[in-house]
Ligand binder design. Structure first.
Ligand code: ADP
Ligand code: MG
Length: 231
């Protein structure tokens, strides 16, 4: 919690409302697992990070001006080490083409999560003028807006409430192992909902927060993309 406070203070001092680099650290401070990796601002550093990660990596543009990275080709999945330089330059070019004066913080190099074994979910929070902090859980990934398979509870949520959320969505059978797939770590999901609920309860300055996707795997969960807005 102290670490989270420090992270949020830093951001406040810089007068940035959308956290870039710090968003992942904030989750980490609350015990929510994120993929290995880092955010860098030159290709040589990107390669160094990629070399420290087993297998291919995912590379993403990091900019407070680009909300939906994949919409502008700002997410590259399965990048081999020998392609890291090109991928880096291409991501920057795409961002500048999209918005020439975009504030580009760098490129995130991430461990690749095996989506074949997992389910992309979303865990989020919005402050409702009437109800206060509303936790949201649903099916995630890039189709979340289309499917609208979500459920809500007011934070702080209890363990039972968090469990109920995982049972309520239409896609619940997918979490429990449909079509011969292994069930995913539902305990990991409920824990993540609760930890996030605690984070936004501790810090009212967090106005909005989304983990999308939280990839739920048979043996754990990973917060692959996070976006948040602070007061
Ligand atoms: P955005 O939501 O801004 O487009 P994301 O970081 O959520 O960007 O990436 C978009 C999609 O790319 C994710 O929903 C997921 O399917 C895939 N993806 C992103 N990061 C990873 C990763 N580390 N491992 C595997 N797939 C990923
Ligand atoms: Mg996303």
């Amino acid at each position: 919690r102290e670490r989270a406070r420090e992270i949020l203070e830093t951001v406040k001092d810089r007068d940035e409302t959308r956290l870039g680099v710090e968003a992942m650290e904030l989750l980490d401070a609350y015990g929510i697992e994120t993929p290995a990796g880092d955010i860098v601002d030159d290709p040589a550093d990107a390669l160094e990070v990629a070399e420290d990660i087993d297998g291919n990596v995912v590379m993403k543009i990091v900019s407070p001006d680009i909300l939906h990275k994949s919409d502008i080709g700002g997410v590259k999945v399965g990048v081999e080490n020998e392609d890291v330089y090109d991928a880096y330059e291409d991501l920057i070019t795409r961002a500048k083409n999209y918005q020439p004066d975009a504030n580009i913080l760098g490129v995130q190099v991430q461990e690749m999560v095996n989506l074949d074994d997992g389910v992309e979910t979303i865990v989020g929070m919005n402050r409702d003028p009437q109800f206060g902090p509303l936790m949201m859980f649903g099916l995630g990934g890039i189709f979340v807006e289309i499917l609208e398979d979500t459920t809500f509870r007011v934070a702080p949520v209890s363990e039972t409430e968090a469990e109920d959320m995982t049972k309520e969505i239409d896609a619940a059978p997918m979490l429990r192992g449909a079509r011969g797939n292994d069930p995913v770590d539902i305990g990991g999901i409920t824990e993540t909902i609760q930890r996030l609920s605690q984070l936004v309860t501790d810090f009212p300055a967090i106005l909005e927060l989304d983990i999308n996707p939280l990839v739920a795997l048979p043996d754990g969960v990973k917060a692959v993309d996070v976006r948040l807005t602070v007061d």
